[in-house]
Write a protein that binds this ligand. Sequence first.
Ligand code: NAD
Ligand code: UGA
Length: 476
Amino acid sequence: MTFEIKNICCIGAGYVGGPTMAVIAEKCPHLNINVVDINQQRIDLWNSNDFSNLPIYEPGLSEIIKKCRNKNLFFSTRIEEQISSADMIFISVNTPTKKKGKGAGRASDLKWVDASARQIAKFAKGHTIIVEKSTLPIKTAETIKKILKTKKKNLNYNSTESIEEKTFEILSNPEFLSEGTAINDLKDPDRILIGGEDNDAIDSLIKIYSHWVEKEKILTTNLWSAELSKLIANAFLAQRISSINSITALCEKTGANISEVSLAIGTDKRIGKHFLNASPGFGGSCFKKDISNLVYICESYGLYETALYWQKVIDINGWQKKRITNIIIEKLFGTISQKKIAILGFSFKANTNDTRESPAIEICKELLEEGCNINIYDPKVNASQIEIDLDQKQTPNSNFDCLEGGWALSESILECVKEADGLVIMTEWQEFKKINWEEVANVMRSPAWLFDTRLISNSKEAEYAGLNVWQLGFAN
Ligand code: NAD
Ligand code: UGA
């Protein structure tokens, strides 16, 4: 028998919780959805009437928020209250890599999941289905179950007696959305994965997704397969990027061209054409953290060869960023101290304001370290975020040219490249594909270089305009 869901609570109003609940709210107007977070500032932004200033930029998101907010979609910090009235609770909190202690740098930090489970144990009432939406190490559901078992009764505050039995079922329902296309991915997913032990609970969640997802796309598995499949999906995706990126260096040495190689191998259906774009390395909050976590898990089971295999995917990613920095320095005659480099794009991919693990961070830090001055332009990333990422305040404009190792945010491409010796395309934003190279070359300092790490520029036009061009994966 399906347990009827009326009230949903989602703990965590981030890149996953916000868009996922927005789409459920839009597709299921009969459900009442409360997204809660400990971060008051984030919640205030979700509730702001300036829809261009939501805490997350995703194409199509603001339209849904406009339509559903305060109708059947609510954002608040009233965590206890919303947990106690929920029939189903999604845990959508952050699970970053641990910074210190056992497993530091590799294991996932589960303190936010642990805290959520404790709050649920304390405040939930009656029967509640808990849905793991966050990406978690395999067997986390077991830990959550243990925490929930400690609070089996609802306390009746008017007496010393416990009166009502609390019951829980746990499902794993990992999220596969990609940032920048989150709304499309949520509305038209390749699959919905639900792992669990209790068929009624599974059916309750299937019923929700069935409002817009075809039944054939909804896969059900045991809890551990669902938890593990999420890590493995990310590991396989990242492995494709490291594979193609490892070949960029070989192309540069031999005269093969990486775009042609990607096309040639990708037309084989068994390989497939997606996710073969060479790049300065994968960024984003998840690939590195999830593979590091996979490596840690394998090691903890004594599976050292498996661990080593996946560790290489991360190693190649670091190597690619370092390699690009070295090439920039080498092309600019071995020294970039007091030279100016324009960085086009700071987010980890196009169509998002997210900079977590963006390859631009490491590359900029190394350029600054060499004494280079950097102008940064990104259509969506603001200066305060870059200050955090580079761990360095923006240099006031008046001082910029006399400094070594300063950075400033530009408002346009042309302002960014003015008097620069080099220009690096870091993110594949649409507007960088349409650059007028004549205009750019006119304002740069000669001899000027274009470094295209995303293969989106018209190199012929740039060369014609007088720029020296280096493209990733081409013999330059
Ligand atoms: P995020 O940092 O953007 O959001 C997490 C939110 O949870 C934060 O706002 C934080 O304040 C809140 N939070 C933490 N502890 C809380 C608590 N006890 N009570 C209430 N709120 C709490 O993270 P995200 O990018 O949304 O990722 C969330 C999870 O989803 C992670 O496990 C991640 O691996 C996974 N995931 C992310 C993506 C993505 O594209 N970002 C895609 C798929 C899966
Ligand atoms: C990735 C996965 O694609 C999602 O399925 C998953 O849900 C999510 O991680 C997660 O678990 O967080 P996301 O990181 O948002 O999504 O974005 P991707 O499109 O996967 O890009 C990740 C990085 O790889 C970006 O830096 C991107 O530029 C890079 N990339 C992607 C390449 O270098 N080449 C490619 O061909 C594709």
